[in-house]
Design a protein around this ligand. Structure first.
Ligand code: F0G
Length: 458
């Protein structure tokens, strides 16, 4: 028999989590205005709100904290991070930032101007937020297969080259500062982009003289999928694949809270000295001096170590296969999910789960509330609330997919927790016909409303 995968680590420290009663959860979710972001973490048993900054650092990362150099300028921790970025990702220049959206803020302050168009593959919400905040537009060029959860496609994060070419030719190149490729593509379900697609997008961008920027939060999981699925990469190491992937980018933004397995941090990688210098000005205004940019020395050390651990095959295998384990348990219970399973999360198809609920009732949010009530499991809505209003018409945008994302923190939960989550969701599925109404909005912020929205039951 072939030996199954197993975690390439054992547990040295644990944190207590508590179960609650349904009655307690009814009260808590009401107090939280039916917004799961408003729950206290102690009111949650299994927290799958996000895989961002919620992972467990290794003993080596914790020991790196002790070696942190907190000098304001030129700290050894900065050079440790610089070396890791050069060795693993291949970028000569970098700027630290306090997290991923700060990297977007700094870079886009240089690149994005009013009326610009920024094509990409289902831009993440903060990315889109930073584009729209500058009165520019994000154009989604993801392949159509990504929007049908029942179709199998190995690389649902891919950019449709015809859609991209049309955007590039229909608009004057001067108004397109960059193409953003998100690896893996969070918004379409943690779906990877193939090496071939990265290569093709880069070639097209060069033909039009446009920059390619990778939104790289989950780049290592993307490399794992390339190794498993794309012909010619089976025998390459993750680190070799990562290097090749980034050879098709001019710059990158990174939320290190994901694949660098730290609780906080980010950075921008540059190939070009000129762009690096222009962005440095904004780093100093928004984040801090260019050798720490919002990060403490100890955190830069842990990040450098995390980049190395996060690009090792045995770790990635246990990570991505745990996500698939949850997905396959849900599949056994008949729960409809985005397939193939993503790298960091399972995306439950809320429209297929609750087909009779009108979209105005916020289908995925309703499902997230039901799962919390059932078992104290916190997921997150990737649907109409997140999609926000159209900035011009102020009408609600109803996206093609209404998803409930169950994101798995790295190295944090066991497969027993996955079984617990699967059964909780199966119980909701079995009583789905009793769920006939959802929620309506009481209060919302003008931008990125999902974090603070207040809802009531219809
Ligand atoms: N890009 C992608 C693809 C992301 O998933 C995120 C964050 C960011 C950029 C922004 O990074 O949070 O460090 O500022 N995603 C988190 C999530 C919040 O839950 O998916 P950040």
């Amino acid at each position: 028999m072939q030996l199954p995968y197993a975690e390439p680590f054992k547990i040295k420290m644990v944190e207590t989590i508590k179960r609650s009663t349904r009655q307690e959860r009814e009260e808590w979710i009401k107090q939280a205005k039916y917004n799961l972001f408003n729950l206290k973490s102690e009111q949650v048993f299994v927290d799958l709100l996000t895989d961002s900054g919620t992972g467990a650092m290794s003993d080596k990362q914790w020991s790196e904290l002790m070696l942190g150099d907190e000098s304001y300028a030129g700290a050894s921790s900065y050079y440790k991070m610089k070396n890791a970025i050069k060795n693993i990702l291949g970028f000569d220049y970098f700027l630290p930032t306090h997290q991923g959206r700060a990297a977007e803020n700094v870079l886009f302050s240089v690149l994005v101007k009013e009326n610009d168009i920024v094509p990409g593959n289902s831009h993440f919400d903060t990315t889109k937020g930073h584009i729209e905040f500058r009165k520019a537009s994000a154009v989604d060029c993801t392949i159509d297969e990504a929007f049908n959860t029942t179709i199998h496609h190995d690389f649902k994060g891919n950019i449709d080259l015809n859609k991209l070419e049309k955007v590039l030719t229909d608009h004057q190149a001067a108004r397109i500062p960059m193409i953003i490729v998100t690896i893996t593509c969070n918004s379409s379900g943690g779906q990877p982009v193939s090496m071939q697609n990265l290569k093709d997008v880069y070639a097209m961008a060069k033909k039009f003289g446009i920059l390619v920027v990778f939104d790289s939060a989950r780049f290592a999981e993307n490399a794992y999928f390339i190794k498993k699925r794309e012909p010619g990469y089976q025998d390459k190491s993750i680190k070799e694949i990562v290097k090749e992937m980034f050879s098709y980018a001019d710059a990158m933004t990174m939320s290190s809270k994901k694949d660098a397995i730290v609780n906080m941090g980010g950075f921008i990688g540059f190939r070009d000295d000129d762009l690096f210098k222009k962005a440095s000005v904004f780093t100093i205004i928004y984040e801090g001096f260019i050798t720490y940019g919002g990060m403490s020395g100890r955190d830069m050390n842990a990040l450098a170590q995390g980049l190395d651990e996060g690009t090792e095959f045995p770790y990635l295998e246990s990570r991505v296969e745990q996500v698939a384990y949850l997905g396959s348990r849900l599949r056994e219970f008949g729960v409809p999910t985005q397939e193939p399973f993503g790298g960091h999360a399972i995306f439950v198809d809320a429209k297929r789960f609750l087909p009779n609920l009108p979209k105005e009732h916020f289908v995925a949010q309703t499902l997230a509330i039901e799962l919390y009530l059932e078992g104290g499991v916190r997921g997150v809505e990737i649907g109409a609330i997140l999609a926000d209003r159209d900035p011009k018409t102020r009408q609600n945008r109803f996206p093609e997919l209404e998803l409930l994302r169950l994101a798995l923190p790295r190295r944090t939960y066991t497969n027993n927790h996955m079984d617990y989550v699967a059964v909780a969701l199966a119980n909701v599925y079995n009583r789905r016909n009793e769920i006939t109404s959802g929620v309506r909005i009481l209060k919302e912020a003008p931008i990125m409303r999902h974090f603070t929205v207040e809802l009531e039951r219809i």
